[in-house]
Design a protein around this ligand. Structure first.
Ligand SMILES: [Zn+2]
Length: 233
């Protein structure tokens, strides 16, 4: 994809977060990576969405140096870069402070897989990271947040290509996908799952996670080599 096309996709994906009521003001950001040319395109920091144009998107190298554009990249760039570096299969990252997902992050709780809607999209609980230490926050806060996310997946043996999102403790959700549209879609779905899980806990006397065999069925009929959910693969 050429750079102009990448900027347009990132611009549209960022606006989609607003349209889906996942972000207000300047909260949230989406980026995409071009692994071949080693470039990342991300929303610039601190500019109101209604003032943004596709040309305003910031272009950086994989170390976070601005290579094109006048506007500074999102402050969360280093989180995105840490995810790109360690999750080699992903092509885009989205971040929001959507209400229900942020509430689970603030409660420091994984979002349990209570039902098949969850199983269709995320293969197991959506993990919440540990809290950062004060030295992590005083140091390179964003890079350490990204590393904390990656470590959570490594330590818990979670495949980022089967669980496409995470809750950063006390903060909010990050999601990813093969492209910008998929990353944003996963933010929309994660928020809906967070809401359903919250309501389940409000209603259920003893909330019960989906049985593993149902989770297996729902995830694998939609994802991977043996999927049959769509008209064609
Ligand atoms: Zn944030």
């Amino acid at each position: 994809m050429d750079l102009k096309e990448m900027k347009k996709k990132v611009f549209e994906a960022n606006l989609e977060l607003v349209k889906r009521n996942l972000v207000i003001y300047t909260w949230g950001n989406v980026s995409v990576i071009d692994r071949e040319n080693k470039l990342v395109v991300i929303k610039p920091r601190g500019i109101a969405y209604e003032l943004l144009t596709p040309e305003d998107m910031s272009v950086t190298d994989l170390e976070g140096n601005l290579v094109e554009g006048k506007l500074l990249p999102s402050v969360d760039l280093d989180i995105h870069l840490a995810l790109y570096q360690r999750f080699s299969g992903i092509g885009a990252v989205a971040h929001t402070h959507s209400t229900y997902a942020a509430a689970w992050a603030q409660a420091r709780r994984d979002i349990p897989a209570y039902g098949t809607t969850h199983g269709d999209h995320f293969y197991g609980n959506i993990p919440c990271t540990r809290d950062l230490q004060s030295c992590d926050v005083e140091g390179n806060y964003e890079k350490n947040t990204g590393n904390m996310i990656v470590d959570t997946f490594t330590e818990r043996g979670i495949d980022p290509m089967q669980v496409f999102g995470v809750l950063a403790a006390g903060h909010g959700p990050f999601t990813w996908g093969t492209d910008a549209q998929a990353a944003v879609e996963n933010s929309v779905i994660l928020e809906e799952l967070a809401k359903m899980a919250y309501l389940t806990e409000m209603i259920a006397v003893q909330p019960k996670s989906l049985e593993q065999f149902v989770l297996d069925k729902h995830f694998h009929r939609k994802h991977g080599a043996d999927s049959y959910f769509y008209q064609s693969k």
